[in-house]
Design a protein around this ligand. Sequence first.
Ligand code: SF4
Ligand code: SF4
Length: 121
Amino acid sequence: MSIEHISFESRDDDHIVDPTVSCSACDAVCCRLTVVVMPEDTVPRHLVERTAQGLDVMAHDEDGWCVAVDHTRMCCSIYDQRPDICRKFAMGSAYCRAERKAYGHRNDREIPITVIQHGGT
Ligand code: SF4
Ligand code: SF4
């Protein structure tokens, strides 16, 4: 299985930012990618795992998201300590849009539905 990495190779559409895309209405799609942690990053070490290839990466939970994702708010719980590579992943950028498209993002978040059953007496 291939591993997707956040990459910084330039793309023709790098300069185009979609202003309608917002992290506040996204399922933290980019936080499903494999994020390489560099020695200069200050990520808490218990959130980092080492791959068979010897790379330090953000660990993923069983659902495929980075373990640092706050699932209640779908945002980064270590925002001030996030890896440098995450800081360079711009909202609405070509990579952002590509990941959202690949994920099949619906641009709406799952809102739990509570069924209230009224007693029928
Ligand atoms: S950068 Fe893009 S993919 Fe990542 S959370 Fe924000 S909108 Fe979603
Ligand atoms: S460290 Fe934060 S911004 Fe980076 S992938 Fe994990 S949750 Fe997302």
